[in-house]
Design a binder for this molecule. Structure first.
Ligand code: SF4
Ligand code: SF4
Length: 451
């Protein structure tokens, strides 16, 4: 299969060996979980239980509140506590529901969602409803509801489903682990998604540094009837797993500014979402736990952990053996070092899109100085979206968001490449995140003024 090379990008050190190639470890039952209400891009779901109610693992605790909303479920059997405020992964305080665990011997799944064994003979509408009822969202980035991704408007003709197993972020190995250990489940989830979309072509993109995952997925692909599955090893280059870059690499189709993957006939699902689809359809399990990479040189037992949604960062670190003696932790990040978010509290809970928890020594953590631009052009050369990065950076620094918009700041992937290659250590991506938030705010105000 021909592979297309996208422009820009770079080759950061992988550091995957810290956590790769091992079995998944389970986090022991914790006494308390705080389940954040907003775990999807749309409106947060509405709580449908009250303090003192008994719930089982997988019981619905909040129902979807709009098209882009998905329900939330209890990560354990136990008792509903208070609505509390917790630090969210993006630094702002957010609402969360407390669940106090029942003893280990009383833990059991809520059986409301019955397994659908004969999914091939089940209608696309019923399968899609199952994905919504199970609260499945994208499990790496913006937590976009998966049932919406699988609902393109009728005028859009899709012919290819791409499964994203690139995992190009340094340090992270949770997708690699899923593909190595659960290849058949991941591909079955992909086949269910393809059935919903009414297509038969599936391409799995995996960076070629994941040999075992590639082999496991190739072998499992033989056992999935009704779809044509191509497993494609891709060159190791960041951001190979960016949606636009992945579609181009695998099909040669360009998702240009202002368009979506469906405009070029593609849908893209993360392999974690495919595994969650399999679990929801074949086992009747809502999305209440996920495999997360816990890594970094300060961590005593780095690896991949099965973590219930709502477990606190402090509990996860404690169960990963804690922090090495004499470590001087400079940064804790949710996600990877390129696109993740720095954390300032150990009480932030794990959510559906927590792909990794990364600890960096003070000497490893990038320090941005905000010094003057040297006009070296490196950021422009490496930007995978070919944006005029230095011009944009200066516009944002001067709060000229009108200029930033003219220079397409909204097309920025926030991939972090331009900050990593900058010799002046300018916080380019931080500027662009702020500009995008400001522009959205301005647009929202203008829209509401007209109403
Ligand atoms: S963060 Fe944005 S501007 Fe910087 S390299 Fe990535 S896409 Fe380009
Ligand atoms: S890499 Fe940094 S110093 Fe060089 S042009 Fe871009 S912003 Fe300026």
């Amino acid at each position: 299969m021909k592979i297309f090379r996208f422009k820009g990008g770079f080759h950061p050190a992988g550091h995957k060996e810290l956590s790769a190639g091992r079995m998944v470890k389970d986090l022991p039952l914790l006494p308390r979980y705080t389940v954040m209400l907003r775990q999807n891009v749309g409106a947060p779901p509405q709580v449908c239980v009250k303090k003192g109610d008994h719930v089982e693992k997988g019981s619905c605790i909040a129902t979807a509140a709009g098209i882009l909303s998905v329900p939330l479920h209890s990560p354990v059997s136990g008792t509903v506590g208070d609505m509390v405020t917790v630090p969210g992964p993006n630094g702002t305080a957010v609402e969360a529901l407390e669940i106090f665990s029942a003893p280990a011997e009383e833990q059991k799944w809520d059986g409301t969602l019955a397994p659908i064994d004969e999914w091939r003979d089940t209608s696309a509408a019923i399968l899609k409803k199952r994905i919504l009822d199970a609260g499945i969202t994208g499990m790496g980035g913006a937590a976009f509801p998966t049932h919406v991704k699988l609902s393109p408007p009728p005028e859009k003709v899709l012919d290819t489903l791409i499964l994203n197993g690139a995992e190009c972020e340094p340090f992270l190995t949770s997708d690699d682990t899923l593909m190595r250990l659960h290849a058949r489940a991941v591909l079955t989830g992909g086949a269910i998604a393809a059935k919903i979309l009414g297509i038969t072509e599936i391409i799995v993109g995996i960076e070629e540094n994941k040999n075992e995952a590639v082999s496991a997925m190739e072998q499992a692909a033989w056992g999935i009837p009704g779809v044509n599955i191509a497993v494609v090893p891709l060159p190791v280059k960041y951001p190979q797993g960016g949606e636009k870059q992945l579609i181009y690499a695998l099909t040669g189709r360009k998702v240009v500014l202002g368009t979506l993957p469906m405009d070029v006939g593609c849908a893209v699902l993360n392999v974690g979402s495919c595994y969650a689809i399999w679990d929801a359809v074949l086992n009747g399990h809502p999305l209440v736990e996920r495999i997360t990479t816990v890594t970094g040189t300060p961590v005593v037992s780095p690896g991949n952990y099965r973590i219930p949604i709502g477990a606190s960062l402090s509990a996860v670190l404690e169960n990963a053996g804690g922090i090495r003696e004499r470590s001087n932790v400079g940064k804790i990040i949710f996600g990877g070092p390129m696109m993740g978010f720095a954390q300032y509290s150990l009480e932030v809970p794990v959510s559906k899109n927590t792909s990794g928890i990364l600890l960096l020594e003070r000497t490893e953590a990038a320090q941005f100085t905000g010094g003057p631009c040297l006009c070296c052009g490196k950021c422009v050369e490496h930007c995978p979206m070919q944006l005029p990065v230095s011009t944009l950076s200066k516009a944002c620094e001067n709060e000229r968001y009108d200029l930033a918009q003219k220079n397409h700041v909204l097309a920025c992937l926030e991939c972090g490449v331009c900050s990593s290659v900058c010799p002046a250590r300018r916080p380019n991506v931080q500027h662009f995140r702020k500009a995008k938030t400001e522009l959205k705010e301005i647009q929202w105000k203008e829209k509401n003024k007209k109403i």
